[in-house]
Design a protein. Structure first.
Length: 98
């Protein structure tokens, strides 16, 4: 609600994009089976994101041409996201949202 009072167009938590990217890879590779309903996907993503460190950037240039240190951080975050998504999928599969 209060966020809407400010200009935040370029502010982005890249952890979110990384989690969705890794989830897409898991789905495309058929690595784990799960219901792809909206609520299940939201549950999986929320569980995984709660285990991820936030990483905010606010520059279009930084998003398009990240520094080497940010590129390395992103690579590590992708590995962590994959691990946390697997755990989240297993958790949701064992306890589906009803």
């Amino acid at each position: 609600m209060y966020k809407e009072l400010f200009v935040t167009d370029d502010l982005e938590n890249i952890s979110e994009e990384i989690v969705f990217e890794e989830l897409s890879k898991i789905i495309d590779d058929g690595e784990l089976e799960f219901s792809e309903t909206a609520i299940t996907v939201q549950d999986i993503v929320a569980i995984a994101l709660n285990k991820m460190p936030p990483k905010y950037i606010c520059s279009f240039v930084e998003k398009k041409y990240p520094r080497e240190t940010l590129r390395l951080e992103i690579m590590e975050m992708k590995k962590l996201a994959h691990i946390e998504l697997i755990k989240a999928i297993e958790k949701v599969n064992a306890n589906p949202h009803e």
